[in-house]
Structure formats: C-alpha cells, structure tokens
Design a protein around this ligand. Structure first.
Ligand SMILES: Nc1ncnc2c1ncn2[C@@H]1O[C@H](COP(=O)(O)OP(=O)(O)OP(=O)(O)O)[C@@H](O)[C@H]1O
Length: 312
C-alpha cells in the first residue's frame, strides 16, 4: 500500500476523483422518532462542511451513518466510491470524537506512537504532531494536557492514516476560546492541503469562521445548505437601529418593508427588507440620530429556520 494515496487523490484529482461523500435518501428511525429523514448529501473532495442544528436535529445520527457506525433504514452512503466500512478499513476516513480513548499516563508522543503501531503504514509521528500543532508538547503527559490539547492529540491520531476525509463530531465542546481557536487553526491549515472535513457543532461562530459550506439540520432534514454568506442571505433584510425622539411607532410599522419594531433602551430596532428607504426616511423626516444598519447574521437564520414555529 502506498503511504498517501487518499490525500493525493483528493488534492490533485478533484474533478475526476469520486465524491468524498454521496449520501442518497438516508433515513434512520429509533422507535417512533425519525432521527434522519431522507437526507441527500453530496460533498466534494476538499470541502470543509459544518453541520449545524439544535439538539436532536439528527447531526450525530447522520455522522454515524457516514462512518458506518450505524446502517440507514433506507437510502445509501458512499465514501470515495466505497461503503463507509470499506472506506474506513482502507484508511480513507478518520474521526475525531469528543471523548474517550486516551491514556493519562502516556506522553503525547507515546500515545501517537502506540496508535501508529496498530497500523501497517502511517505518516511519521513527528509530522502528525506538527500538523496538529502539538510537536512542542510531545513529552507532556496526556493527563496534564488541557482539553484543547487533548483534542489536538486526537486530531494527530486521526491524521496517521492520512485520510482523505476527516469527520469531527462536536470536537470543541467545553473548550475555552483560545483552545477552540488553536484547534481550528490546526484543522484549517491541514485542510488547506486538500483534505475533506465534516464537522458537527453547536457553535455558530465556528461554522461561520471555519467552514466553506454550512448544512443546517432540523428534525432530521436539511433546511439550508450553502456557503455562510448564502445561508445568511436566507434571513433577508437588515436591522436599522436608531435613537428616534418621539418616534411614531405606528407610522414606522406601516412603512414599506418593515416587519418588526422593538424598543431597546433609548433606541428603536426596526427589521426591514428596505433599509435604504427607511434610513432616508429617518434622516429626512424625523430627528433620528445614531443610526446603524446591520445585516442579519447566521444566528437569525438559525433561529428562523430551526425554531418550532418555522416550516419543516
Ligand atoms: N440510540 C438512540 N436511541 C433512541 N433515540 C435516539 C438514539 N440516537 C438518537 N436518537 C434520537 O434521534 C434524534 C436525533 O438525535 P441526534 O443525536 O442525531 O441529534 P443531534 O443533532 O446530534 O443532537 P445534539 O446536538 O444534541 O448532539 C433525537 O430525537 C434523539 O433523541
């Protein structure tokens, strides 16, 4: 077996190479709960994809099926043109899960060496430590590592087979801000070489900052799929914030494009699909000052597409 067939294929032959993930109509139920409902998902080699969604949306169940840890009730999954199990057996896929698997009394380097000894062929230990950003703490005992360093250690172990696809399920839960940033910087730098990365997260800012593409799930279905900008654009309109002395709330509510008005201290927040017209009105017809216009963010989309009142 060659040392790096997976990544080389993914990085250099993207148009001709098979899709990293091709899932078609995958469905999984637990009793009466349909955890994943006819999901179609196509991921090209080299993409970094975030799975977002509230608790119970079906992210982990989907990931388990991609990893071959559970079988869909119906539908099919193919990873680099193979079944998930075959893809894992051949070293095409690695996972970084949230917990487990680390011995506290080994050093960081010993842990990676031990894992490497289980494979017939791997990338060099120093190389994966370096890519995970933990080469400098190779002699530290695992029990003395922070949560973020332990996650980077799991990342290093996952890199040993040089997988074309890396799957991470909520990898930064419980980490502090610096730990999360260091972890994602290591992932992004590594992914720049062409590795495909899929991660589930609850952190909207992580999806926004580190993913090329966001897949938003709700009740087992995909409700949005696109770049962060495309997904954010689903929450159309902007918020105009202004201090408006003696504001005529009824007149503002009737203004074309305005969908809601809210008071916040001395300021008024107005959601509108035509912020230019509203700002012009405020400046020319009222004594409004401190006017700010902001685009809706990922959080607005998340709430509008995943809250209970929204359409499935
Ligand atoms: N082994 C199981 N047995 C019974 N129900 C399950 C099982 N696994 C998942 N479920 C149910 O399937 C649905 C989807 O769960 P899943 O863990 O995939 O969601 P999630 O998006 O990963 O949620 P979270 O963000 O909380 O991790 C939930 O209603 C959950 O209770």
């Amino acid at each position: 077996m060659e040392t790096t067939p997976q990544l080389a294929t993914a990085a250099t032959d993207a148009p001709a190479s098979p899709l990293a993930i091709a899932a078609s109509g995958i469905t999984k139920s637990f009793g009466d709960v349909r955890a994943v409902d006819a999901v179609d998902l196509t991921v090209h080699a080299g993409e970094i994809v975030a799975f977002l969604g509230p608790n119970g949306a079906g992210k982990t169940t989907t990931i388990d099926m991609l990893l071959g840890l559970s079988k869909p009730d119906s539908g099919s999954v193919s990873i680099f043109g193979r079944s998930p199990r075959a893809a894992i057996a051949e070293g095409f896929v690695s996972a970084v899960l949230q917990t487990g698997g680390l011995l506290k009394d080994l050093t960081v380097r010993e842990t990676v060496q031990l894992t490497a000894s289980l494979f017939t062929q791997t990338r060099p230990v120093d190389e994966v430590l370096e890519r995970a950003g933990i080469l400098d703490i190779g002699s530290r005992m695992v029990g003395k590592c922070s949560g973020g360093q332990q996650q980077r250690l799991r990342f290093a172990m996952a890199l040993l087979s040089d997988p074309g696809l890396l799957i991470l399920d909520e990898p930064t839960t419980g980490m502090d801000v610096t730990g999360r940033r260091d972890f994602w910087n290591a992932i992004r730098e590594d992914a720049a070489r062409g590795r495909t990365v899929i991660f589930a997260t609850h952190y909207l800012d992580e999806a926004d900052a580190y993913a090329d593409r966001i897949v938003l799930m709700r009740h087992g279905r995909i409700v949005a799929d696109g770049s962060a900008t495309e997904v954010k654009n689903l929450a159309s309109g902007r918020t105009v914030r202004a201090v408006i002395p003696e504001a005529d709330v009824a007149a503002l509510a009737a203004f074309p494009g305005v969908s809601s008005i809210e008071s916040r201290g001395s300021a008024t927040l107005i959601s509108t699909s035509d912020s230019d017209a509203l700002a012009r009105h405020l400046f020319t017809r009222t004594d409004a000052h401190d006017v700010e216009i902001t685009a809706h963010g990922l959080e607005d989309v998340f709430i509008s597409l995943t809250s209970e009142g929204s359409a499935s």
